[in-house]
Design a protein around this ligand. Structure first.
Ligand code: SAM
Length: 313
């Protein structure tokens, strides 16, 4: 069978959309540097204009993130709009705003998954990383979502503070009844780049981490899904230079980023149609400026700190 080249696609297969930048937390590792809203976030009309195009182009899968997506005033209207056309929907949340009523709504909308960030098996390490976070509240939200039958996953980001807790966290996840636990190496982007020296696990930490993960994968086989992305952000970038993803990363202001670790913006959904942005995206991967800077980042990883200083191409 002939494999599909992303260039032949008329539209992306996946959209990762940061619907806002507002967050109640100030995570030390936040790749988005979330906290306050940013100037020019899309208004209701711009949001629904974008959503209509997503539906008309039959894009199969959308992930909503932020900021904290549950703080967005149109969060449920956005979800309802996408789900009425049966678009597969994942939501990434810090789990601080889920109550029974919201969990019931989410269950009715039949999301593909709700990914809740839990960065520790203990309140101590979770809250040390997720400033102003409340571990007990997140665990109680997980229970509520599971009780309502929502396909619920835990996402764990390893840092020096919490990496030793991975085994305990997976056991906790199983006792709660989550569908799966997802993890991978911390990305050196945003506040994680600023706090890299205090956060980045050592090689030895990672050795222990992947060994524990593989043991737990075997232990929970057939009972709970435990999975991880094995590559770091630079390995991913190297790969994407050859094989770009068939996906777009949409920012709260409607600008579209080429890929997380690079600062390049390849379109603006307030001005351009989604189809135009997709064509720009495909061309941008051939742009010598992009290729040159990507190679510089790969050679000098500290340049990853530029990832959120957006540059138009
Ligand atoms: C930026 S958060 C936004 C959604 C929500 N506020 C939350 O905390 O989950 C989306 C996902 O990215 C993960 N994340 C944040 N910073 C990261 C980093 N530096 N490396 C890897 N994952 C990161 C979070 O743990 C979360 O699972």
């Amino acid at each position: 069978m002939k494999s599909i080249n992303f260039k032949d696609l008329k539209s992306p297969l996946f959209i990762a959309w940061q619907i806002n930048s507002v967050c109640n937390l100030e995570c030390l590792h936040c790749c988005e540097e979330a906290g306050q809203s940013i100037p020019g976030e899309m208004n209701r009309e711009e949001i629904f204009n974008f959503l209509k195009q997503v539906v008309n182009l039959h894009i199969p899968y959308v992930a909503l993130s932020g900021g904290e997506p549950l703080l967005h005033p149109y969060f449920f209207s956005i979800c309802e709009f996408l789900r009425k056309d049966n678009i597969s929907l994942k939501v990434e949340t810090n789990g601080e705003f889920i109550d029974e009523e919201k969990a019931k709504k989410i269950a009715q909308l039949r999301f593909r998954s709700v990914q809740v960030s839990l960065d520790g098996a203990t309140a101590y390490s979770h809250e040390r990383l997720r400033l102003r976070g409340n571990w007990n509240k997140v665990v109680s939200s997980l229970r509520i979502l599971i009780k309502e039958g929502v396909n619920t996953e835990i996402v764990f980001v390893p840092t020096k503070f919490n990496i030793g807790e991975i085994g305990q966290l997976i056991d906790l996840a199983y006792s709660l009844g989550v569908y799966g636990v997802y993890t991978g190496k911390i990305m050196r982007i945003g506040r994680a780049a600023q706090n890299w020296e205090i956060l980045c696990p050592s090689e030895k930490d990672y050795e222990y981490f992947f060994k524990s993960l593989n043991e737990k994968i075997a232990h929970y086989d057939g009972r709970m899904k435990v999975y991880y992305y094995p590559y770091d952000v630079l390995e991913e970038l190297k790969y994407r230079l050859k094989f770009p993803a068939a996906s777009l990363l949409v920012l709260p202001n409607g600008k579209v980023k080429l890929i997380g670790p690079l600062p390049f913006i390849c379109g603006d959904l307030k001005k351009d149609t989604l189809e135009q942005v997709w064509e720009n995206y495909k061309k941008a991967w051939q742009n010598p400026k992009v290729i040159k800077f990507a190679k510089e980042v790969i050679a000098q990883p500290r340049l990853l700190a530029e990832a959120n200083r957006w540059r138009e191409i």
